[in-house]
Design a protein around this ligand. Structure first.
Ligand SMILES: [Cu+2]
Length: 148
């Protein structure tokens, strides 16, 4: 009886440690997922991404792109002109920063422009995301580094 009990407790410990291992692996997975990579070098120039068969080009001026400054956001879309104006939602990966939408107005057949401000995050993190929403086509996310 004693030997059997001992085995059960050993099994219990085994399961516990296995669980701990899986848990820590999950934690690592979560932290890896949170580590969002910058995919747009906005300080050096505009960036482009594909949506369906179109190219969406994002430019933010003036350079360097700094927080707490009036910025001009410019979006250019290749191909036939779209009907509904795109807009940009600014945010930070893995953070709830509150709504910050940049309304864009048509400048020419392919270009839309608007003004916005990127705030300084209390966390000190400088990676921001601009989600360019094209109501007819979907959205693309640009991840870039902002200067504080
Ligand atoms: Cu933040």
């Amino acid at each position: 009886m004693n030997a059997r009990r001992f085995n059960f407790s050993l099994l219990g410990k085994g399961i516990f440690f296995l669980g701990l291992l899986v848990f820590s692996a999950c934690q690592t997975g979560v932290s890896l997922a949170m580590e969002v990579k910058v995919d747009c070098d906005i300080q050096s120039g505009g960036c482009q991404k594909q949506i369906n068969a179109r190219t969406v080009h994002l430019e933010i001026l003036p350079k360097p792109v700094k927080a707490m400054k009036d910025l001009t956001f410019q979006v250019k879309i290749s191909g036939d002109s779209i009907l509904e104006a795109p807009f940009i939602d600014l945010g930070m990966p893995g953070m709830k920063m509150g709504p910050n939408r940049v309304i864009l107005k048509k400048k020419d057949a392919a270009t839309y422009e608007g003004q916005g401000v990127i705030v300084r995050c209390k966390s000190g993190k400088t990676i921001w995301q601009a989600t360019v929403v094209l109501p007819e086509l979907g959205s693309v996310v640009f991840t870039f580094d902002v200067i504080y």
